[in-house]
Structure formats: C-alpha cells, structure tokens
Design a protein around this ligand. Structure first.
Ligand code: UD1
Length: 420
C-alpha cells in the first residue's frame, strides 16, 4: 500500500484543469446497459471507481474500451442480470446498475453494498421507487432482487429523512425510461450529475422533462439507441482545488469548471474573504483579505455539498474565528476530525455538529485516510501544515481524484508517494 507524503508551506500557483465528474460518469456508464448499440463517453476520469464500473459492466456482458479519457461501450454476449458481491462491495455506487438492468431485462439481482464509513446508507428509496413502477422487490441473501412482467410508469414521492437521494433518482429514471406510460418523480434529486445522466438518456432516445428540478417527468419509450456524451466537470475536484489555493495563500486558476454547480461553495468562500474571479470556464481563486470562520450546513443541491464538508473543515482549521459545521445529509460524516486534531486543529464534535476554532497553523503528522473526501481534507491540511505529513491508505483518494499528485506538483506542491 502507498502513502502520500507532503512537505507543507508552499503557496500554490498556476493552472489546473479539472477532470470529468466521477458522480456523473458512474451512472452514465451504467445507463449503457439500456442498449445494445455502441455508446461513446468522453472526458471520463481514470479513477479507481471508474475502473470498478468497467469491471462491473464487463461482468454483466458489456465490452468496455478506455483510451485517452474516452470510453466505448459495446455489447458482447447477452446481458447478465446479476451484479455480484465481490465487485459491488468495493463501491457503493454500483447500486446504480439496478435501474438499467430492471428497465432492460425486467429482472435484476444486485448485491446490497453494505455499510459505509461515512454513515448508514440505506436503499429504501431505491426500492420504493422501483416498486412504484410495478416491480416486485425483496432482499434475499444480501441481494436486492427485483422483477416485473412489465414495468409501468408510476407517480412517486422520493424524499427521505435526509432529503432526496441522488442514486435512487438515477435508478428510477433508468428503469422508467423503458416502462410503459408516464412516470413522475417528486422530490427528485436536483444534483447536476442527475441532470447529466438525464441528458445522456435523452440522447439515447428517452423522453425526460424537469431534470435538475425536484419534479422529473418521464414518458416511457420502447427502445433506446447508442449515444455520444461528454461528462460535466467534477465540481468536487474543482472545489478541492479552490481550497488548495486558499489554504496555501496561493493563486490558482481552476480551469474546466461550471460556475453554476459551485454556487454554495463560492458564496461561503466569498463570505469568508476569498476573491473568486470568473472567466470563461475558469475560476481564479485567492484571498481578498484575511479569511474568517463561517457557518456551513450540508444540504442537497443547490445547498452546500456534503462532499466538500471535510475539505472545508481543513481550511477553517487555519483561519481566525469560529466555524460551525452541521451535517444534514450524513450526520456522522466526521471521521476526519480525529486526524485533523492530530495535526493541531481545534475541533469539538456535538452530534451532527462540529465547532472549529481556527488555529495559527497546523503541524505535519502521520495521519490515516478513512474515506474519499476525508483523504482530500488531509491532503489540504498537509499542504498548509508546517513540516511533513504522511497520509496512509491513499487508495481512497484514487477513487475520486485523477492524477492528484501530478496536478498538485504542477502547482508547486512538494508531494510524493512512498511505500508503506
Ligand atoms: C451520492 C454521491 C455521493 C454524495 C451523496 C450525497 C454518487 C456516486 N455518490 O451518493 O458522493 O455524498 O450523493 O450528495 O453520486 N438515503 C436514504 N435512503 C435511500 C438512499 C439514501 O435514506 O434509499 C439517505 C442517505 O443515507 C443520505 C441521503 O439520503 O443521508 C442522501 O444520500 P444519497 O443522495 O442517496 O447518496 P448517494 O446517491 O448514495
């Protein structure tokens, strides 16, 4: 296993180009199961998670080729309806093959992904949604087993205790596009990645309206065809790089971003004291004045994204004042707190809240990554800290950040990989 070593204290400067969005590409790859025609997906990041999805598609009978960020998915043998535990257990997002398998084959057996370090992650909304399309669904020996003679459009409310669900909305959309009649999803997730999936499905011949809003309407069609699509930029990678600029008192031009997808983060950073200049598809990020602590509540889009909470906490650990974090999507997503404390951060936990008192500086320490975004949080802390930080278990980072070492090195960071 590798660890990442960072010598902190360099002000990062220069340009960085953001890769395609991991959370878009995974369901879009799954959607290729809805046709036998070739699909071409561009701007696909080379990540551990995308490679896992390639393996899942191959295990289900697809031929997947990847070259220079472009994936071509074609049909090999007939499609298998069982997604097995060995693959699914390595990536929770694999649950998004449930909808397309059911839509296409009218049956699906997908291993339940199981627990997760960021908190309980149930699948009740996925099940509620596909039941509303007329499918029988039950859990058997660790699998979600779904089947229907015929899928029929349905009207459903998909809001849960923590709001809407991204992958449940994706799954229902992918099952409903080939159902007969009209489906209405109320309290649908509005995340840009859900809208990107809908755009891909529309290119395949699906009839979808309202994506990107809480009410999505789908008119089922008999058949979908192949399509070519370019994945939207990864807003979480963009946000992480914006914070890399601020936490090192640097000046970075973050290229290939969509401003609209970053509204909540930009607003909080400007409130804190950042100067964010928008030009074409780029954002130049630096300090306008001494940054101050802010109040952050994670919420479904367009609220502040849960996937940026840990990274934002690193930044707030080194700015004057008090910051209050509240997790409304994953109230237990605070595994990074103990590691940040090892570096000198002053953070108190209280239920779904964390209170951060900004310190003058953090000091490098050996720390351990617990999940994808917690790893990014530790990288940011290491970039700002005095001395050397070594982050073990960085395979988490490889799940969601393409070439992160190289990108940071190009900005001047002293970062390298060592064997543990
Ligand atoms: C997606 C993202 C993930 C992000 C999360 C929340 C992908 C591949 N992953 O995950 O990076 O952190 O959205 O923005 O897109 N819930 C239920 N019942 C369900 C499903 C979810 O109660 O059936 C709850 C979850 O526990 C959580 C909230 O709903 O509290 C949102 O989860 P959800 O949007 O489903 O997350 P994912 O789609 O798995």
């Amino acid at each position: 296993m590798d660890k990442l070593v960072i010598e902190g204290g360099v002000k990062l400067k220069g340009e960085v180009v953001i890769s395609g969005a991991k959370n878009s590409v995974l369901p879009i790859l799954a959607a290729t199961l809805l046709t036998d025609d070739a699909c071409i997906i561009k701007s696909v990041p080379n990540l551990r998670d995308t490679n896992t999805m390639f393996k899942i598609l191959r295990s289900l009978g697809k031929v997947v080729e990847y070259d220079g960020g472009v994936v071509t998915v074609t049909s090999g043998k007939s499609i298998n309806y069982i997604a097995d535990y060995k693959l699914v257990s390595t990536m929770r997002a694999s649950i998004c093959v449930l909808g397309p398998l059911l839509g296409r084959l009218k049956k699906a057996k997908v291993s339940l992904p199981g627990g997760c370090i960021i908190g309980d992650r149930p699948v009740d909304l996925h099940i509620k949604g596909i039941r509303a399309l007329g499918a029988d669904v039950h859990i058997e020996s660790g699998y979600v087993v779904a089947g229907a003679k015929k899928l029929k459009g349905g009207h459903m409310y998909l809001g849960g205790v923590y709001g809407s669900s991204v992958l449940a909305t994706d799954n229902v959309m992918m099952a409903a596009v080939l159902a007969s009649g009209k489906t209405v999803i109320e309290s649908a997730a509005c995340e840009p990645e859900v809208a990107d999936l809908a755009e891909f499905l529309i290119k395949m011949g699906a009839k979808i309206k309202g994506h990107g809003t809480p009410i999505i309407e789908i008119d089922g069609v008999k058949h979908l065809h192949g399509a070519t699509h370019t994945i939207i930029p990864d807003r979480i990678e963009a946000g992480t790089m914006m914070l890399a600029s601020l936490i090192t008192d640097g000046d970075i031009l973050v290229k290939n971003v969509c401003f609209r997808h970053l509204g909540a983060l930009i607003d909080k950073l400007e409130e804190s004291g950042a100067a964010i200049i928008k030009t074409d598809n780029s954002l130049r990020v630096r300090k306008r004045k001494q940054l101050r602590g802010v109040t952050i509540t994670t919420l479904p889009y367009p609220g502040f994204e849960t996937d940026m909470q840990a990274q934002m906490m690193s930044l707030m650990s080194v700015v004057p004042g008090t910051s209050l974090f509240t997790g409304r999507i994953y109230p237990d997503r605070f595994m990074h707190v103990a590691e940040l404390r090892r570096m000198g951060a002053q953070i108190q936990r209280e239920g779904p809240h964390a209170i951060v008192e900004g310190e003058k500086y953090l000091s490098g320490a050996p720390v351990m990554a617990s999940d994808l975004r917690a790893s990014a949080c530790l990288v940011l802390a290491g970039l700002a800290a005095r001395g050397k930080t070594s982050i073990s278990r960085i395979y988490h980072l490889e799940r969601g950040y393409e070439n992160i070492e190289e990108k940071l090195q190009n900005l001047g960071a002293r970062v390298w990989r060592e064997k543990e």
